[in-house]
Write a protein that binds this ligand. Structure first.
Ligand code: URA
Length: 302
């Protein structure tokens, strides 16, 4: 006979499933409940004293062993950290396992209150969009107002340009994965409009989610959109002007830094557009995509 708690939990899950089937994507949750949801569950697995990184039971202890297996679980001396979400690169993942892992990461990110000021100000956690079964992943800086409202990265003006670039490559938004270094919109207290750059602290706090996303997707190429994305991913601050167009290495994955589409909206010159396009051509070559003459010639002076 299930306990009252188990019955309540089952009813809650059934209700949320119903809402999901009805098309509801996001639920408003107050920050106290979020904090509670974000609290790691009690440990079940014993700690291995011989290891520096200690094995812990996953937060969602009810999850199947299949889901637990691929995780590189680690705890810091302060307690469990989000690195437990990062999948060990040596473990092969089936498409179903990838889906399950990403769902688990998403669940944790949606309940995150690690930056209390952002948890308070955000409308939505903007986790990522597209397919996780892809070779190509785009990483931006942080959600802006449109993204915060819609819960999806790159849907504002810069996002529309990014979508166009992706389409010009012969792809579509649903054939790639798009995410940001920061999953919450940087708050702008006292301002109704405008965006601000994420702080280093915010980026470092949020980065494990991005690392976990990358560890599941295992893209063949990562595109870092703009200086902040490069800084968030590589820790390099010495200039997107110098870095763009030059392959970098991100934990063994080729990473192409390029200009942020917002920069191209501010600077509409053919030369700047061509630079970004050349970066895309280099990516297409790396991924052995076919490139036609029309694509090769975009934004060249006539
Ligand atoms: N700029 C970004 O870097 N990310 C978004 O999602 C939108 C705009």
């Amino acid at each position: 006979m299930p306990s009252a708690y188990e019955q309540l939990l089952a009813a809650t899950i059934a209700h949320v499933d119903d809402l999901k089937r009805g098309g509801v994507k996001y639920l408003p949750v107050d920050s106290e409940s979020l904090a509670e949801l974000n609290r790691p569950a009690a440990r079940k697995a014993p700690i291995d004293p011989s290891s520096h990184t200690k094995a812990v039971a996953p937060a969602e202890s009810a999850k199947s062993n299949a889901l637990e297996r691929p995780l590189a679980r680690a705890v810091s001396s302060e307690g469990p950290v989000l690195t437990e979400l990062i999948v060990d690169a040596s473990v092969a993942l089936s498409p179903e396992e990838k889906d399950a892992e990403m769902a688990r990461i998403r669940e944790r990110a949606l309940a995150c209150v690690k930056c209390p000021h952002l948890a308070k100000s955000r409308r939505n956690v903007v986790f990522g969009v597209g397919t996780i079964h892809t070779e190509l992943m785009f990483v931006g800086e942080a959600p802006g107002m449109d993204e915060d409202q819609q819960g999806e990265p790159f849907v504002g003006k810069a996002g529309q340009l990014l979508t166009k670039i992706i389409q010009t490559m012969g792809l579509d938004r649903d054939k790639v994965y798009i995410a940001n270094v920061l999953k919450c919109r940087p708050d702008t207290p006292g301002q109704r409009t405008g965006n601000r750059k994420p702080t280093l602290d915010e980026m470092n706090t949020c980065k494990p989610y991005l690392l976990a996303q990358i560890s599941v997707i295992r893209p063949k190429v990562i595109v870092a959109l703009g200086a902040t994305a490069v800084e968030g991913l590589l820790g390099k601050t010495y200039g997107i002007m110098k870095l763009r167009g030059n392959w970098q290495d991100f934990n063994g994955v080729p990473l192409m830094p390029t200009y942020h589409p917002a920069y191209l909206l501010r600077n509409q010159s053919l030369t700047e557009k061509r630079k970004v396009w050349e970066d895309m051509l280099a990516i297409m070559e790396k991924l052995q995509m076919s490139i036609n003459d029309k694509q090769r010639g975009y934004f060249l002076p006539k």
